[in-house]
Write a protein that binds this ligand. Structure first.
Ligand SMILES: NC(=O)C1=CN([C@@H]2O[C@H](COP(=O)(O)OP(=O)(O)OC[C@H]3O[C@@H](n4cnc5c(N)ncnc54)[C@H](O)[C@@H]3O)[C@@H](O)[C@H]2O)[C@H](O)CC1
Ligand SMILES: [K+]
Length: 225
């Protein structure tokens, strides 16, 4: 397993790549979504069988944006998709909003009633929070993650980038998190994937290359003024 990268280093790397003009945030999001879907089909080749149903839980940031990409790609491969936005579309960041708008299938708004889990789908994809988790998850979202933690083993669970509620630096759970069978992260693992509660909650960890390696150059600090 390659060494880890911190959240700050990942954001700086992403920023360098985008500022170089070689790639846009939208393209990074598309590559991330493609990587998640590829890892899902490698893990569960039967996903392409008839009548497979997936629920994609999308949060208010770009992790949710990755979720919209995954929802679109899974629908194109024949799965029956229910996409749930846990947030306000008007407040989505631009790249995520672009993928929200591009999603032709209906997007449900999250409410505590949770009709989308009855009947239980074959797979739930957690795109609620990624490396932007800033505080413990509380309220209806915490209740949702808790209820998903209590579902039968037959339900397959996938985390985009990191299980929501797992701190990407410390590996501690902030509020609640859903243990996942598969976690697909980008470029390099974050410390929280490998320490604390990380291994137990991530399940099988897949690291997808999204083309950032050329920008992973050590930054020479400017000489002391
Ligand atoms: N780094 C890369 O190369 C790529 C990252 N991608 C994906 O983008 C997310 C990071 O996106 P960001 O918008 O920064 O953060 P999140 O989506 O994780 O969430 C931020 C969002 O959530 C709110 N928030 C944070 N904590 C809480 C909480 N406890 N309760 C409620 N709301 C909370 C916060 O205010 C923000 O609004 C990364 O993980 C990847 O999945 C790119 O798409 C691909 C390349
Ligand atoms: K997530």
């Amino acid at each position: 397993m390659s060494e880890t990268i911190t959240v700050a280093e990942m954001r700086a790397l992403e920023r360098r790549a985008i500022e170089s003009g070689a790639v846009t945030g939208q393209e990074l999001m598309e590559r991330a979504g493609r990587g998640v879907v590829a890892a899902m089909f490698t893990t569960w080749p039967d996903l392409g069988d008839a009548e497979r149903r997936a629920v994609v839980l999308c949060g208010p940031g770009n992790n949710g944006g990755d979720g919209f990409v995954v929802a679109r790609l899974l629908a194109a491969r024949g799965l029956k998709i229910t996409t749930v936005l846990c947030g306000d579309p008007a407040r989505l960041p631009p790249d995520a909003r672009g993928n929200y708008d591009a999603l032709s299938t209906k997007i449900s708004r999250f409410d505590a009633a949770r009709p989308f889990l009855d009947p239980l789908p074959d797979i739930v994809i957690d795109a609620v929070f990624g490396i932007g988790l800033a505080r413990p998850i509380e309220g209806p979202l915490a209740a949702l993650l808790k209820s998903l933690s209590d579902t039968p083993q037959t339900l397959r669970t996938v985390a985009i980038d990191i299980p929501s509620g797992l701190d990407a630096e410390t590996g501690q759970i902030l509020g609640h998190a859903m243990p996942c069978d598969l976690t697909v992260t980008f470029h390099q693992p974050k410390p929280g994937h490998l320490i604390g509660e990380g291994p137990a909650y991530c399940g099988k960890l897949v690291v997808e290359d999204i083309g950032l390696h050329p920008f992973n150059v050590p930054q020479i600090c400017p000489p002391e003024a």
